[in-house]
Design a protein around this ligand. Structure first.
Ligand SMILES: *Cc1c(COP(=O)(O)O)cnc(C)c1O
Length: 394
């Protein structure tokens, strides 16, 4: 029955488990363990003959509700909730690889994701080739007989480049490799990697899913067979489990996800158009605009633009700092997807650890600024930018 619900309904009711008290809101089960009525019941639970929870590192009721609701939203068979987005990414990649295997990843990755494939994985004998993911031929050229995983983000942080997910999935299927997509920037509402042929989807639930700046969280979603064979044991024994308290916070966040993301996207799109008309702005990159360099791929694989806007100021770092400092509503922060509008200067914050050359490859210049639109009134945000651009004397 729940399969026929449209997303907004699933996100309010999907996966709900009610206790004997019939509570309206989902309960928080802050318990480490579970008790059994008899020794036989414990034995049967451990043998897997009866359903039920065993230990909170393996799974628990509030986390189960969050995982089920995420599965419905994503169209996935199974999921595991993790303590952070990075726990989800690390688990999704490492659980399926061994020494000698090879990863092909897009070079435009969230900083910590890039560290996991570029620095951590090689320590365990898993080699990685980073490619310019915008062009399919680069993925194909990087394939070796050992390639087991393709890893990508689309749109990317901060320059909102996109990768042809269906194209990469086709290459992967030809060699029996798996595609892992970090779908944070698109949100589960605007892009469905599994429908496009990807095998595993990961989220930092810290971003739009919480969306109100309260807690960290992550989730790995895939088909049941992949989770059983790869993630199940890794997850149980290495312990990246999410706190039930955070699972509850995220369940409440997920209820309003479509409302928030719709408002954020509307504002982002209008702010992108406003900025594109300003003399101080050299260029605007926004997945919802026709002048996005990869508008054709976006039209094929995304349902809508984005809650993020990337733009470049003609006056470089000085202009970027002045603009950020002059904004009154939009706050300076490296986070994204929040109900508060946030702005960041990637070259000096999120991407400061890259060399000048690596930043240039990714299209990050000293004047590049990334905006994450919040749920404030769109006109107030546009007025904030208008005021800040003139106040900064640009
Ligand atoms: C934030 C983010 C992560 C990491 O998530 P955490 O919850 O901070 O661990 C991974 N990938 C992308 C694209 C992100 O934006």
């Amino acid at each position: 029955m729940t399969k026929n619900w449209r997303p907004a309904t699933q996100l309010v009711h999907g996966g709900t488990l009610r206790s004997q008290y019939g509570e309206t809101s989902e309960a928080i089960f802050l318990t480490q363990g579970f008790v059994y009525d008899t020794s036989e019941a414990a034995e049967a639970r451990f043998k897997g003959e009866t359903d039920g929870f065993i230990y909170a590192r393996y799974g628990s009721p509030t986390n189960d509700m969050f995982e089920k609701r995420m599965c419905m939203l994503e169209g996935a068979e199974d999921a595991r909730a993790t303590a952070s987005g990075m726990a989800a990414v690390t688990a999704a990649i490492l659980c399926q690889l061994k020494a000698g295997d090879h990863i092909v990843a897009a070079r435009a990755l969230f900083g910590s994701c890039r560290w996991v494939v570029e620095t951590l994985a090689p320590k365990y004998g898993i080699e990685c080739t980073l490619v310019d993911g915008r062009f399919l031929e680069n993925w194909e050229k990087a394939i070796t007989p050992k390639t087991k995983v393709f890893f990508l983000e689309s749109p990317t942080n901060p320059t909102l480049e996109v990768v042809d997910i269906a194209g990469v999935a086709k290459l992967a299927n030809q060699i029996g490799a798996k595609v892992v997509v970090d779908n944070v920037f698109a949100t589960p509402l605007y892009q469905k990697p599994l429908e496009l042929g990807a095998h595993i989807v990961v989220y930092s639930a810290t971003k739009h899913i919480d969306g109100q700046g309260r807690c960290l969280g992550g989730v790995v979603l895939s088909d049941k067979a992949w989770i059983d064979e790869n993630l199940h044991d890794y997850f149980r024994h290495t312990g990246p489990a999410m706190s039930p308290f955070n699972a509850w916070t995220l369940l409440k966040g997920i209820e309003t996800l479509p409302l928030r993301v719709k408002q954020q996207t509307e504002s982002a799109s209008k702010i992108a158009d406003f900025l594109a008309d300003q003399k101080q702005v050299a260029k605007v990159i926004y997945p919802g605009r026709k002048d996005h360099p990869q508008a054709d791929i976006i039209a094929r694989q995304m349902k809508a633009g984005s809650t993020l806007v990337c733009f470049e100021l003609k006056g470089g770092k000085d202009a970027a700092f002045k603009l950020q400092n002059a904004l009154e509503i939009v706050r300076i922060s490296n986070n994204l997807g929040d109900s508060k509008s946030l702005i960041t200067h990637p070259a000096t914050t999120t991407h400061k650890n890259l060399t000048d050359e690596a930043r240039a490859e990714l299209g990050i210049s000293p004047g590049t600024v990334r905006l994450s639109a919040g749920i404030e009134d769109t006109d107030d945000l546009i007025e904030d930018f208008a005021r800040a651009l003139s106040k900064a004397g640009m």
